[in-house]
Design a protein around this ligand. Structure first.
Ligand code: GDP
Length: 213
């Protein structure tokens, strides 16, 4: 079984002070509402309903943590689902809440090893996506999942991924990121995504350090 397949719900965090302790490495999933983030997490972990989209746009402003590693033991790593953003209808207050919780988490979390940005392959990279990439620490790896690629043929996919690459490059001048055409429906790109994320975690994962008594 791959590490991602061991994913199970760990905790929901509504305030920064509730973040899990223990230092296990984390990978955060971010994206506009409806981009396909929940579907991507579920298919990467081969779980039907691990992550689920909030029914009310912009309502769930919490971070959901999923533990990885042997069941019954402290997590060797965590996946972190952040609230979808970018609904035009979301009130300003909710946007600010995203900034204060998920935004601060991204900017400050020391054990953040990687960020997975989910985009709908048919849409442009938005100003919010860019702001968020600006927050992700340069030390954290970046994978851009261009989701719903089943809606395009291969040459359209290649063109769309090229556009995404060009949009992201100025934000990652070292060029250290990957763009992956991905479909939760056909599983295109899923195995590759799993390999990339598990490679990030393999660099650093191990049992979380014991806290002093
Ligand atoms: P989230 O709001 O970003 O978590 O998005 P969801 O995962 O809930 O997906 C939003 C909508 O897009 C749902 O209707 C999904 O069925 C659909 N969707 C998600 N991924 C794919 C995909 O790879 N291909 C297609 N065709 N539809 C998808």
């Amino acid at each position: 079984m791959s590490l991602l397949q061991t994913a199970r719900f760990l905790t929901t965090v509504a305030q920064l002070r509730q973040l899990p302790r223990g230092g296990a490495p984390e990978v955060a999933f971010v994206g506009r509402s409806n981009a396909g983030k929940s579907s991507a997490i579920n298919v990467l972990c081969q779980r039907r309903r691990l992550a689920f989209a909030s029914r009310t746009p912009g309502r769930t402003q919490a971070l959901n943590f999923f533990a990885l590693g042997p069941a019954g033991e402290p997590p060797v790593a965590c996946l972190v689902d952040t609230p979808g953003y970018g609904y035009a209808a979301a009130p300003q207050a909710l946007k600010q809440q995203w900034d204060t919780l998920a935004g601060r988490y991204l900017q400050r979390r020391e054990q953040l090893r990687g960020v997975v940005l989910i985009l709908d392959i048919r849409r442009e990279v938005t100003a919010l996506d860019e702001a968020l990439l600006g927050w992700a620490p340069s030390g954290a790896a970046l994978l851009v999942i261009a989701s719903k690629c089943d809606k395009l043929n291969r040459s359209q996919q290649a063109r769309a991924c090229g556009v995404v690459t060009a949009a992201v490059k100025p934000l990652r001048p070292d060029g250290d990121f990957e763009v992956l055409a991905f479909s939760a429906t056909t599983s295109q790109g899923v195995e590759q995504g799993r390999i990339i994320i598990e490679r990030w975690l393999a660099r650093t994962s191990g049992p979380a350090e014991q806290e002093p008594p």
